[in-house]
Write a protein that binds this ligand. Structure first.
Ligand SMILES: Cc1ncc(COP(=O)(O)O)c(C=O)c1O
Length: 397
């Protein structure tokens, strides 16, 4: 099966991890900070804090923003559940905004219409690696005194156009207060599990640092009470152990050097699919807006109206032919945990869900794989049986 996404690790990455394992530092050594500096510099941000996962990083960003019990935060439902869960961890209530029908990103007008006195934060997702339309939403957030957190777990390496026409990397935080990344294996680069928050704000940075390491302050300059002695440290907030290990950070540093190549490869694959599928009668291909350069984490096709009822059938047939298609995403609001919190009406999100299928895109995908995917997709669509004719033996495990 050709998966929809896959990490790429070479001997150079392995050598860096082994070197770190030999260094005597397993965790809390120099590598996480080195990785933070490299990441901040790559993104063009002042600060970065690494975490043990993208979910932990989102939790940290929402905490740093001051999100707490009784607050509301606005988020799309067309995302991985972690975007919403991280706010629920803090006792806050997610309020779900609808999305743009083509990019799958949060719709700025829908988000603006949901702001109440209780809203503290907006979380905008760069769906599939395509930057959200930052300017209008960021201006709305600032005007209303809200913190805008960009969930860029798909989008390390993406860019958006600044007012002066120059390209800014995702993570430069031009249109966000904090931007969050994931280094899960299918993402732009990997550390196994891992994540990070980048920001230009020193106060957010200090709170992120505290949160990821038990809420502990270690430096005398930050103490709230006089130290008892040289052993002294203070737990100032309820934090977590969300640290990244040294060998993970060593992998991250090594992977970051390869990111430009990874991105180029993803762009080439997207261009191949664009050429192969542009104008076909079965589905729409992903868009890349003029203001954006996508990181092409996913290649999400959207079935045309007359085929959306056949999604299940098409999905099963593609899997049967060895193409590891995936659906991104079941709307967060469909999961029982969120259903119990109340019904939500999101027409664009529902429509997107009925149409969307992700096809394989990752740096090591070969030309032959791409050819195979193209051929099988046309085979399946051009010979589509009636949905009722298909005998479903698919194992949902
Ligand atoms: C949009 C989005 N947000 C958050 C996460 C959570 O990241 P992680 O898996 O590193 O915890 C993911 C990862 O799947 C994601 O796709």
């Amino acid at each position: 099966m050709i998966p929809y996404g896959r990490h790429f690790i070479d001997e150079g990455d392995i050598a860096e991890v082994v070197k770190t394992l030999h260094s005597g530092w397993i965790t809390q050594g120099p590598k996480p900070e080195e990785f933070e500096q490299a990441l901040a510099s790559y993104c063009g941000a002042s600060y970065a804090v690494v975490f043990s996962s993208g979910t932990a990083a989102l939790h940290g960003a929402y905490f740093a923003a001051g999100l707490q019990r009784g607050d509301e935060f606005i988020t799309p439902a067309m995302t991985f559940i972690a975007t919403a869960n991280a706010g629920v961890y803090l006792g806050a209530d997610p309020v779900f905004a609808d999305i743009e029908s083509d990019t799958g990103n949060i719709d700025a007008a829908s988000a603006a219409s949901l702001i109440t006195k209780k809203t503290r934060l907006i979380a905008a997702v760069d769906y599939a690696g395509h930057p959200f339309n930052g300017k209008p939403l960021y201006e709305t957030a600032v005007k209303n005194g809200l913190v805008l957190v960009e969930d860029a777990c798909h989008a390390l390496g993406a860019s958006h156009m600044a007012d002066d026409g120059s390209w800014k990397r995702t993570g430069s935080c031009q249109y966000s207060h904090m931007t969050v990344f994931s280094f899960h294996p299918v993402k732009s680069i990997t550390t196994g599990e891992g994540g990070a928050v980048v920001t230009n704000d020193k106060d957010f940075y200090d709170r992120l640092r505290l949160f990821g390491s038990h809420g502990i302050a270690k430096h005398a300059a930050n103490f709230q009470y006089p130290p008892d002695g040289p052993w002294y440290y203070e737990m100032q907030e309820l934090g977590y152990n969300y640290r990244m290990t040294d060998f993970q950070a060593a992998l991250g540093l090594s992977q970051l050097k390869k990111l430009p190549l990874f991105l180029e490869r993803r762009r080439d694959i997207a261009a191949y699919y664009d050429n192969a599928f542009r104008g076909n009668r079965f589905f729409d291909i992903p868009v890349e807006r003029d203001y954006a350069k996508s990181a092409w984490h996913l290649y999400p096709i959207r079935l045309k109206e007359q085929y959306k009822d056949s999604k299940r059938n098409i999905f099963l047939q593609l899997r049967e032919k060895g193409i590891g298609v995936q659906c991104h995403y079941i709307p967060v609001t469909h999961h029982p945990f969120y259903r119990r919190r109340g019904e939500v009406h999101l027409p664009q999100t529902e429509d997107f869900y009925q149409r969307q299928i992700s096809i394989p895109i990752f740096p090591a995908l070969t030309y032959m794989d791409m050819e195979y995917v193209r051929q099988k997709i046309y085979d399946v669509f051009e010979n589509m049986p009636d949905i009722d004719d298909y005998d479903d033996e698919y194992d949902y495990e």
